[in-house]
Design a protein around this ligand. Structure first.
Ligand code: ATP
Length: 288
């Protein structure tokens, strides 16, 4: 039995540059992994089947699960007939803008590479993952990267300066496709991605806080006023900067001093069911 940690990501920036002929959006985003993670256990199964045992009843346990798709793709590609049982302990909120499913799939790819002794590099695993989902290549590597193209082209960046991340997910579901569909490409406030990259290179916390931005935020806020309420609450309780991650609805706040974390967390718990205070993972996970 093998174990893999599947951490969530947040978007420090998320920009959409246009729509491509293949129907995907051309994106430019800086993402980093945080220490809120699902746990995936992987065991060989004698009956040749792919099976998923999930702790979350809202997560599908069949071929709709990205973990299942990752396993099937690897089996097809390398002519493997062995079965595998995944036990998935969900901690990352589902459909939240935190790439939970993508990170689980990435963990499955890393784990199966070990279980079946395939000897693939992280780059090769990332390429395989890109066929299932655009965020999977980033999740294979973890750490901090600038992602372009559909999100699958990565350039590694230095880790963010040390701080706390407070994640708050309102009790609403947001469909990523719906949010992208409502985005008006002619009227967007683009984040300053080069400024964010410079802030990371200089390890400048204040500049990082000034440079966060997400073009999808106003779209999701329009559909769900709860997101704006959460943002305002988080700021009022003392976060240094606040942004929605991905297509939402999770909102995160950055805080430099640990002493301010409990006040924000306790304040938010009054009106938000799911609040976590975590650290950034910086350079990514040790891949053991
Ligand atoms: P992203 O930030 O990439 O948009 P997300 O956080 O919005 O991701 P996920 O948590 O990955 O969304 O889940 C979105 C949908 O994908 C769920 O509603 C679920 O039906 C499906 N899904 C497939 N595999 C998984 C998985 N392993 N964990 C959670 N959801 C999964």
């Amino acid at each position: 039995m093998l174990h893999e940690k599947a951490p969530a990501k947040i978007n420090l920036t998320l920009d959409v540059l246009g729509k491509r002929p293949d129907g995907y959006h051309e994106v430019e985003m800086i993402m980093t992994t945080v220490d809120l993670a699902d746990r995936l256990s992987i065991a060989p199964a004698k009956d040749g089947k792919i099976r998923i045992l999930s702790s979350d009843r809202y997560v599908p346990d069949d071929k709709r699960n990205l973990v299942w798709q990752a396993a099937e793709l690897i089996r097809k590609k390398y002519g493997i007939t062995s079965g595998v049982t995944f036990t998935l302990e969900k901690r990352i909120p589902v459909a939240a803008g935190l790439a939970g499913g993508s990170s689980d799939a990435a963990a499955a790819l890393r784990g199966l590479n070990r279980l079946w002794g395939l000897g693939l590099s992280l780059g090769e695993l990332a390429e395989i993952g890109a066929d299932i989902g655009s965020d999977i290549p980033f999740c294979v590597h973890g750490g901090t990267s600038l992602a372009t193209g559909r999100g699958e082209k990565l350039r590694h960046l230095p880790p963010p300066p040390n701080c706390w991340v407070i994640l708050a997910k309102p009790d609403i579901g947001v469909s990523t496709a719906d949010v992208y569909g409502r985005l008006d490409l002619k009227r967007m406030r683009h984040p300053d991605t080069p400024a964010m990259e410079a802030a990371l290179r200089a390890s400048d916390y204040e500049a990082m806080c000034r440079s966060v931005g997400n073009v999808l935020e106003p779209v999701t806020m329009d559909m769900h006023p709860e997101v704006a309420m959460l943002k305002n609450g988080m700021k009022r309780f003392g976060a240094d900067t606040v942004l929605m991650s991905g297509s939402g609805p999770t909102v995160y706040g950055l805080v430099s001093s640990e002493a301010r974390v409990p006040r924000i967390v306790n304040g938010l718990r009054g009106f938000c069911p799911e609040v976590h205070a975590v650290r950034m993972l910086g350079d990514g996970l040790p891949l053991d």
